[in-house]
Design a protein around this ligand. Structure first.
Ligand SMILES: Nc1ncnc2c1ncn2[C@@H]1O[C@H](COP(=O)(O)OP(=O)(O)OP(=O)(O)O)[C@@H](O)[C@H]1O
Length: 320
């Protein structure tokens, strides 16, 4: 049985009623399964629909059509069972300012009917580097510490499926490392992990399989290794103060002084270098590196067709 099964999920946000507003199809017929024990990444640029999909999975929003099951339980019809199997770490820092860290975890355990959960709470506090803060009031914690507590809260009922929605956005290196060590250990013990992140190096290091969303559609669903091996093999990386002529700028990714040009082999690299010399572009710190997930992501995002909101498309989906 799949840990998470997403079947033909569409979501239309209705028009706000303000002049000029129109319905928005945030998810367009999204389907994929995540198997038990996978470490799965859900990627996509801002507005791609990741949070919308996770809200539907968490039972916080309804799909316009389609269904999601967690360990076979429908997130709408069998909400309680589905929720027991899920631990969701939300993007926003929501917490009760009146509790200490331990009290918050004990309270959350009670919500799942777990009244003797002390040993597991201790393990969570230790694994997330929170033991020293167990008696601290939630109000007194830094943003990074609060985020650790949110992770612990999501895990108090030892859910077999852990969902992390951009857990490392704006957090420091130490917390990222603590968090990934802990989550990777849970994954080794058999927990399924679904991660959304904008940090592609994190996704590349952790996720064995990925789905990429663009404007509500799945444009890639592959093992991470397959995506990487299908990508352009190399990237020519250099710095320059010279403007690139149009024909080269079209082939390049420019960030300030840094220029990156995809090249599928040594001949293409030589061609790029010759074209730069001919155009009088003075390149410094020239490097050739292997393509990474960011290159794959940019390649896919610039090439894939986009989902539009058409009258016919909207008519197909029944509103709940
Ligand atoms: N409650 C809402 N009402 C109307 N439109 C919404 C609502 N929530 C999200 N949207 C729109 O739906 C689309 C998908 O948004 P969503 O937040 O799911 O994307 P995302 O991939 O999570 O983006 P990000 O990476 O920025 O968090 C966006 O165009 C967004 O503006």
């Amino acid at each position: 049985m799949s840990a998470i099964s997403i079947q033909s999920v569409s979501k239309v946000y209705q028009a706000s009623g303000k002049p000029g507003s129109s319905p928005l199809k945030a998810l367009d017929n999204v389907s994929f399964d995540i198997e038990e024990g996978e470490f799965f990444g859900l990627l996509g640029p801002n507005g791609a629909g990741k949070t919308t999909l996770i809200s539907i999975l968490a039972g916080l929003a309804g799909a316009t059509s389609g269904s999601i099951k967690v360990h076979g339980f429908d997130v709408r019809q069998d909400f309680v069972q589905a929720r027991r199997h899920l631990g969701i770490v939300p993007q926003e820092l929501v917490f009760d300012p009146f509790f200490t860290v331990r009290e918050a975890l004990v309270f959350q355990s009670g919500y799942f009917g777990l009244h003797r959960n002390g040993a597991w709470i201790d393990e969570l506090l230790h694994g997330l580097g929170l033991t020293d803060k167990a008696g601290a009031n939630m109000r007194q914690l830094s943003g990074g510490m609060k985020r650790r507590v949110l992770v612990a809260q999501a895990l108090v009922h030892k859910p077999p499926v852990i969902v992390l929605d951009e857990p490392t956005a704006g957090v420091d290196v130490e917390l990222r490392q603590t968090l990934w060590q802990f989550v990777a250990e849970l994954n080794r013990r058999g927990h399924t992990v679904l991660l959304t992140t904008h940090y592609l190096e994190e996704a590349e290091a952790l996720c064995s399989r990925l789905a990429m969303l663009k404007r509500g559609r799945v444009i890639a669903l592959e093992k991470t290794s397959t995506l990487l091996s299908n990508a352009t093999s190399n990237v020519l990386h250099f710095k320059t103060d010279s403007p690139l002529p149009d024909h080269l700028a079209r082939l390049a990714r420019v960030t300030g002084r840094i220029v990156e040009m995809p090249a599928d082999g040594p001949v293409a690299i030589e061609r790029h270098l010759a074209a730069l010399r001919e155009a009088g572009v003075a390149a410094e710190d020239v490097e050739i590196r292997k393509a990474d997930l960011e290159d794959v992501f940019i390649e896919l995002m610039s090439g894939a067709p986009e989902a539009g909101v058409t009258e016919a498309g909207l008519a197909e989906v029944a509103t709940v």
